[in-house]
Design a protein around this ligand. Structure first.
Ligand SMILES: C[S@@+](CC[C@H](N)C(=O)[O-])C[C@H]1O[C@@H](n2cnc3c(N)ncnc32)[C@H](O)[C@@H]1O
Length: 343
């Protein structure tokens, strides 16, 4: 990637900066011509797996709308192709906005929402904002720094160039990185790697400062800090491409999705320090709370009753899609953080 080589021309850069350019810079993974989160893309998200994700979230939005009254807006941040908004709005037609940095995803969203309601940053949203903000699989894509615990001491891992090859470079941890690690890394074994997610906290703080009343729903893979370290001692940083795990993040930047498990402890701390209340669910529990089991039971009985073979098949595939959202070790194991402010 030319933009990465240019950034490295004057010496190593933090992994956070590397990830930012690799995903969002010139030639970056989310800057190309294609939408990544679709079936012929690189990974599949819950709203792309089943419209029942949006249909079920619509019940949450409906209840929040009832609680908050008007004015009320729904915002999807990192809205991708618009699949979530499409299925949600069909059930619960409220005023909706999308925030997206990827040009092809924005094109798709402008076909769904009225002119002016697809924006590139939180700053462009109406102010003051009241309502529900959803971010499905956004946080895991926000740039993060990398650190490793060696002999009880934290070291940062930056990225440098050796000839034509990107390599990890040892660096003293920056004070803000050290501060984050001391608060949120959780238990880490000697040699363990941690992704430092302060940009996610900054994003959430910015959002909370704009939302005067309402709720934020963050859905992603990840865990509380104390459980994250047990998942993988080598950290959870990884890449995806073409629906499979991809190569090391340094090998082919621009062609892979760089991601890591979300540290929900850090997000909860940011929310509660600002006086917001938080509830953390597993995705399967959250979707059940808002009626997915009942929707699946209805599909099952319609499937049994259907006489037309094609209709039976359609109902069956809808049901299987919905069940996938609840898979105990798959999408059902994602976390849903609900953050609330106001009445
Ligand atoms: C993994 S995809 C998820 C897309 C969609 N939410 C879904 O569930 O299908 C992450 C999306 O977030 C977008 N994104 C990343 N950082 C963003 C930011 N700071 N603001 C808005 N969108 C962002 C990316 O362009 C990408 O489309």
């Amino acid at each position: 990637m030319q933009s990465l080589r240019a950034a490295l021309a004057h010496g190593p850069i933090s992994f956070e900066r590397f990830m930012e350019i690799a995903l969002y810079g010139e030639g970056g993974f989310f800057r190309g011509d294609t939408i990544r989160s679709v079936s012929d893309g690189d990974f599949l998200t819950s709203p792309e797996v089943s419209s029942l994700f949006g249909v079920t979230l619509a019940e949450f939005v409906r209840q929040e709308h009832r609680r908050l009254g008007e004015p009320f807006r729904l915002v999807d941040v990192g809205a991708g192709s618009g699949s979530l908004l499409r299925s949600l709005l069909a059930e619960c037609p409220v005023e909706a906005w999308a925030v997206e940095v990827s040009p092809p995803a924005r094109d798709s969203l402008t076909r769904l929402l009225p002119a002016g309601r697809v924006v590139t940053s939180l700053v462009e949203l109406p102010s003051p904002l009241r309502g529900v903000v959803i971010a499905n699989e956004l946080i895991d894509n926000l740039p993060m720094a990398l650190a490793q615990k060696n002999d009880g001491e934290w070291r940062e891992r930056w990225v440098g160039l050796e000839g034509d090859t990107f390599v990890m470079v040892d660096a003293d941890p920056r004070p803000e990185v050290l501060d984050w690690l001391n608060r949120f890394a959780g238990p880490v074994a000697k040699g363990g790697w941690v992704e430092v997610q302060s940009q996610a906290q900054a994003w959430l703080s910015e959002l909370m400062s704009r939302l005067i009343e309402g709720s934020v729903v963050i859905v992603d893979y990840g865990e509380l800090a104390e459980n994250l370290s047990h998942r993988r001692e080598a950290g959870t940083l990884r890449t995806y491409r073409g629906h499979h795990l991809g190569p090391d993040p340094l090998l082919e930047p621009g062609t892979t999705d760089i991601t890591a498990d979300v540290n929900f402890t850090a997000l909860i701390a940011t929310s509660e320090e600002s006086g917001w209340t938080t509830e953390l669910f597993r995705q399967d529990d959250f979707l059940r709370k808002y009626g997915l089991d009942e929707r699946l039971a209805e599909l099952r009985s319609r499937e049994v009753m259907a006489v037309d073979a094609k209709e039976k098949l359609t109902l069956r595939s809808e049901r299987i899609g919905g069940e996938t959202l609840l898979h105990e070790r798959g999408l059902g194991d994602f976390r849903v953080l609900v953050i609330r402010k106001g009445r």
